[in-house]
Design a binder for this molecule. Structure first.
Ligand code: ATP
Ligand code: MG
Length: 394
């Protein structure tokens, strides 16, 4: 027994999906399999609403756990040992498990929490708890029971063909498995917000693709490299994805030459949206995703967002719209994009920044300004010029 390490994976919201449950569970175990494909000696099986990962003893379990908890749809993971579903066998395994914890952590107190998923098992949960607790007390003389603040809460989970023993649950991110909710195109800058926005949509099961705009030579190749590195971090959650990279400078120059200065930002943003929409159409993306956030900057006032939205017909998802910046920053730290995002490189939005941007743009005026530009031709040329980069997992 125990030639393998066992991980119990709980499926969270996937478990609520009624008739579609088998589909979601299958998608989830597929995603876990993909995330763990770098490890040899892994076996993944679904059983009774849980996913069981068996990993060879030689594998670094910290890494296996880390990769597993990155999979959207995973609510929590526990590292467990197993025993035959027989009270003596469970007791023996529990004693061995606790001996290990006495040795490694010097634990002194414990409490057993038993659960009987298999209702045909002849002993009820509280009684299982008492019996295993008594066996542990006999087997591990240094331990005492503490029902209020035990050093170890020992879970005993008796299932149909096996019983599992584990200590704690390591939280995953929850959400839904990738690929269960279509594909979206994220407008990805090098900033803090847009990677978080992409991550949040992917967490709800949406596959992503990205478009990034630069203003070379006003923005540097190093700035683009930073965005590729950010995208690589995202890919470790969202899977490999394609990024379309476009030089916006020809359009920016047209705007600066022909339109009122205070409208520059909003006009640029409308072009970004329309270019993104064309790419989304070509690539089967149902929605656009941005890191916009109500009131954060001049181009994100309610009025500006309405005028931006009017440029496209596809829905624009703004998952950060009502968050505070500090909370967005916290999220960026949690998912590991923050440190990369704060590296100081210029963004195309900061090139030709007007001194006094219009914070309450009016659509009629913006449309009138756009009349002075060859919008369709500029957009088509930008789309045709896209450089394609396939982002791999960092
Ligand atoms: P971020 O932190 O993501 O850069 P921000 O707070 O700097 O956002 P803006 O620069 O106004 O805000 O951009 C708003 C949104 O527009 C971004 O979240 C992103 O979705 C999109 N965007 C901005 N710049 C670019 C770019 N260079 N390429 C692609 N999308 C961009
Ligand atoms: Mg930005």
């Amino acid at each position: 027994m125990n030639e393998q390490n066992i991980l119990i994976v709980r499926c969270g919201e996937v478990a609520l999906k009624g008739m579609n449950k088998p589909y979601f569970e299958r998608m989830l175990s597929d995603r876990i399999r993909r995330n763990l494909r770098g490890f040899d000696g892994i076996d993944i099986k679904r059983s009774e609403g849980l996913i069981f990962i068996r990993a060879d003893k030689s594998l670094d379990m910290e890494s296996v756990i880390k990769e597993t908890t990155k999979v959207f749809g995973v609510a929590s993971v526990s590292r467990a040992i197993e025993a035959e579903p027989d009270l003596d066998k469970i007791g023996e395994a529990a004693v061995g498990y606790m001996m290990g914890l006495i040795e490694s952590r010097g634990i002194k107190t414990f409490k057993v929490e038993a659960k009987r998923a298999d209702k045909s098992f002849p002993v009820k949960s509280p009684e299982i708890g008492r019996i295993i607790g008594a066996k542990v007390l006999i087997g591990c003389k240094v331990l005492k029971v503490d029902v209020h603040q035990p050093d170890v809460l020992l879970h005993v989970d008796v299932r149909h063909d096996r019983a599992y023993i584990y200590e704690n649950k390591i939280s995953g991110f929850g959400g839904l498995p990738l690929g269960t909710n279509g594909k979206g195109l994220v407008l990805l800058s090098g900033g803090i917000d847009s990677p978080v926005a992409a991550w949040m949509m992917a967490k709800r099961g949406m596959l992503i693709e990205a478009v990034h705009f630069h203003s070379y030579p006003y923005t540097s190749p190093r700035a683009q490299q930073k965005v590729e590195e950010l995208a690589g971090i995202l890919a470790s959650y969202c899977g490999r994805f394609r990024m379309h990279v476009i030089n916006l400078l020809p359009i920016q120059e047209q705007i600066v030459t022909n339109c009122p200065e205070e409208e520059t930002t909003i006009l640029v943003r409308r072009f970004m949206m329309r270019i993104a929409e064309k790419i989304a159409e070509k690539r089967g993306c149902m929605m656009l995703i941005t890191g916009e956030n109500l009131g954060q900057v001049a181009s994100q006032t309610a009025e500006a967002l309405v005028v931006t939205d009017a440029a496209v017909t596809k829905p624009v998802m703004r998952p950060l719209i009502a968050m505070d910046k500090v909370d967005i920053m916290e999220k960026a730290k949690e998912i590991g994009t923050y440190e990369k995002s704060i590296e100081p490189y210029e963004d195309c939005c900061t090139v030709f920044l007007p001194k006094h941007p219009a914070t309450k743009p009016r659509l009629e005026r913006i449309l009138a300004s756009e009349e002075r530009l060859e919008c369709e031709a500029l957009i088509d040329a930008a789309v045709a010029s896209a450089e394609i980069i396939d982002i791999d997992i960092k």
